[in-house]
Design a protein around this ligand. Structure first.
Ligand code: SF4
Length: 338
């Protein structure tokens, strides 16, 4: 199929064919991440507390920061990444609601990322001794599994995610592309700070392939400086600025893979002819943005499923239960510094 073809429905179908009992949408987890991260940012921004705050949903970046900038870990958001948050919700809220013993649930995340395998096994990624995510397979591995099972992927009918964890917003869909997490967080942070509706949802200045993108965003009467870095050499430049006190940003998104997760190390590898002739990164990014544009709900805080789960089970973002399930901490690892 053409690069950038949206095959979500077929992927759900294939996973059901492979024998998974339930297939939920990790993008719902991304909406949780935005709720928590935007809330954390707003608080830190108002209190001028350890700014700039950086995103923390990329385990490659987190590990890099732990090794190379252990004295600056307080700048990282304490939010777990989307699939880890999602695993924690499945094994708490979903398990309780459906009367299932959480130890009987085996959560497998399908990810574009090899680092997520390591992340899911980190000691911090559990709640009351129960691991958030039991196993991670990459999209490349999933494609191989589909082939091994002789499933004719292109002939599959589209299927839909299981509910109630199968609904996500356009904001969540753009997580995969560099700048997407920042854009999604700004949509929510804007409305949290001003209490007003954000009319223009696209933040063009932080889209595109440039290694470090910077923008000043007007939120109410405040000007918020943001930066987006992808690729660890660019992350290092930002961290050096933070270290020597010249970073004038309040909020920074970092993704270890150039291009973001759409170009993650776990994605299917294309042959050299395709790589030479097609701008894979641009095509995949286009697909993400078009999912967002076509979504009826494009802000994470408007996801009705989240509203229900916060109201019924978690309480408010950033409060005690949210911290217990959805946040983490980091460990300095200077002994591994390169
Ligand atoms: S940017 Fe790369 S390393 Fe980071 S989460 Fe995405 S795929 Fe994984």
């Amino acid at each position: 199929m053409d690069i950038g073809t949206n095959v979500t429905g077929k992927m759900v179908s294939a996973l059901k064919n492979l024998g998974f009992d339930k297939v939920f949408d990790t993008n719902t987890g991304a909406d949780f991440t935005i709720m928590e991260e935007a809330t954390e940012f707003v608080k830190r921004f108002k209190e001028n507390d350890n700014l700039p705050m950086t995103t923390s949903c990329c385990p490659g970046w987190v590990r890099f920061a732990e090794m190379e900038y252990p004295e600056k870990l307080k700048h990282l958001s304490s939010c777990k990444s989307p699939h880890q948050m999602f695993g924690a919700i499945i094994k708490s809220y979903y398990a309780e609601k459906n009367n299932i013993d959480p130890s009987k649930i085996f959560v497998v995340s399908v990810m574009p990322c090899i680092a997520k395998k390591y992340e899911s096994q980190r000691e911090e990624m559990q709640v009351n001794g129960i691991r958030d995510v039991d196993y991670v397979i990459t999209t490349r591995e999933l494609a191989r599994m589909i082939k091994q099972a002789n499933i004719e992927f292109d002939k599959l009918e589209d299927d839909t995610f299981d509910n109630p964890m199968g609904e996500a917003t356009g904001a969540a869909a753009i997580f995969g592309v560099t700048g997407g997490v920042m854009e999604a967080a700004l949509r929510t942070a804007y409305e949290l700070i001003t209490g007003e509706e954000l009319k223009k949802l696209e933040f063009e200045e932080i889209r595109g392939a440039k290694g470090i993108k910077k923008a000043t965003v007007k939120i109410g009467d405040k000007e918020v400086r943001v930066a987006v870095a992808h690729g660890l050499s660019n992350a290092r430049k930002i961290m050096e600025e933070i270290k020597n006190g010249t970073a004038d940003y309040s909020f920074v998104e970092v993704m270890a893979c150039p291009g973001g997760c759409i170009m993650g190390g776990g994605q299917p590898i294309k042959n050299s002819k395709t790589r030479m002739t097609v701008d894979i990164r641009a095509k995949r990014a286009e697909a993400m943005y078009s999912i967002d544009e076509r979504s009826t709900i494009r802000k994470s805080h408007e996801n009705p499923i989240l509203k229900e789960i916060y109201e019924e089970y978690i309480g408010k973002p950033g409060e005690h239960k949210a911290h217990e399930l959805l946040h983490t901490h980091y460990t300095p690892m200077e002994e591994y510094r390169i």
